[in-house]
Design a protein around this ligand. Structure first.
Ligand SMILES: NC(=O)c1ccc[n+]([C@@H]2O[C@H](COP(=O)([O-])OP(=O)(O)OC[C@H]3O[C@@H](n4cnc5c(N)ncnc54)[C@H](OP(=O)(O)O)[C@@H]3O)[C@@H](O)[C@H]2O)c1
Length: 306
């Protein structure tokens, strides 16, 4: 695993992959590499102009790439439902779902169109609903996988299920970190449920360490000097996006990957480096927490599965 890179990606011809947030950062590199290796890739993006620009760029590095741009706003359950409805009508089987999209907004508390705290609603609940709505179609494909994007910062918080929407003590950074803990717990609980159901789908989790993308600069627009300084230090530490994407590409494509595994960079503090297996925080890995979170997510989104 230590020297694994994009040259090791097995042929993806005949596979259909859906990548959320495929117009930018880690999602764009994921979509590019999957397409370069022969997959048909659906770029699930909230802004289709930006998605079409990304697709044009991918075609330059992967001539003949099979790409489709579709609109998906994870901050709206109506958009998630519309996306899933059209996709499942058009595709009999989906081999790979990469729940990659995510955002950090360090400003005042805001909500999705359904009233969920923006980070929890977009990063976790949107992907929870999407996964549930696509699950049957994913289950019909050969060697099906679902990958969820975690972050090392999930280890710096805990989630109180009585305050999933951070109404009691909001700050943007904490809310983002909580959403990443919930996403990690979701990915691990998903695999436990898939195994219990005898499903062929495996659920794998990955994190990119500290990677230079649009995530941090965008999050600090219109914010304080300290936040901009923090972002500058973050950017200086960050590894190139091609390197940061390897854990999720490994999770999505490498042979021998098992459901419930979690991959990240091997360097100090898991911030950068080669792909290795890493561990989730105690709460994210706790099956009792996973079950309770699942039931909360089902109630909030109205999407019930497994
Ligand atoms: N970069 C890091 O160091 C780092 C570390 C840990 C985890 N991650 C995770 O990696 C994933 C990818 O982030 P990135 O670093 O590549 O950042 P990025 O360059 O900002 O990309 C984030 C993507 O998510 C999309 N997105 C945001 N809100 C959305 C919504 N409501 N509906 C659909 N798509 C939405 C963005 O679309 P727009 O372009 O339209 O905004 C963009 O395509 C995220 O889950 C993030 O939490 C990143």
């Amino acid at each position: 695993m230590s020297t694994w890179n994009t040259k090791n990606i097995p042929g993806q011809t005949g596979r259909v992959a859906v990548v959320t947030g495929a117009n930018s950062g880690l999602g764009l590199v994921t979509a590019t590499e999957l397409a370069r290796h022969g997959a048909k890739v659906v770029l699930a993006v909230r802004n289709t102009d930006s998605g079409e620009k990304a697709a044009a760029g991918i075609r330059q590095s992967a001539p003949g790439a099979e790409l489709e741009v579709r609109r998906l706003d994870l901050a709206s359950l109506a958009s998630v439902r519309a996306f899933a409805e059209k996709l499942t009508a058009d595709y009999e089987a989906i081999n790979l779902l990469v729940n990659n999209a995510g955002l950090v907004i360090l400003g005042p508390r805001s909500t999705t169109t359904d009233g969920f705290e923006l980070h929890m609603g977009t990063n976790m609940l949107g992907h929870f609903a999407l996964t549930g709505l696509l699950l049957d179609t994913v289950g019909k494909a050969a060697a099906p996988r679902i990958v969820n994007l975690s972050s090392i910062v999930h280890k710096t918080v805990t989630v109180d299920l009585d305050d999933l929407m951070s109404e009691r003590d909001f700050d943007g950074s904490t809310a983002y970190r909580r959403s990443k803990l919930a996403t990690t717990a979701f990915g691990l609980e998903l695999d436990r449920r898939l195994r219990a159901a005898g499903s062929p789908i495996i659920s794998v989790v990955a994190h990119p360490g500290v990677t230079k993308t649009n995530l941090t600069p965008r999050s600090v627009q219109e914010n304080s000097f300290i936040q901009r300084l923090f972002a500058r230090i973050y950017a200086l530490n960050a590894q190139p996006v091609e390197q940061g994407t390897l854990p999720q590409l490994y999770a999505a494509t490498a042979e021998g990957v098992r459901g419930g595994q979690f991959f990240g960079p091997s360097g100090r503090g898991e911030q950068r480096g080669h792909v290795t297996e890493v561990h989730a925080s105690a709460q994210a890995a706790d099956p009792a927490f996973g079950r309770a979170l699942w039931s909360a997510a089902e109630n909030l989104t109205g999407v019930k599965f497994l």
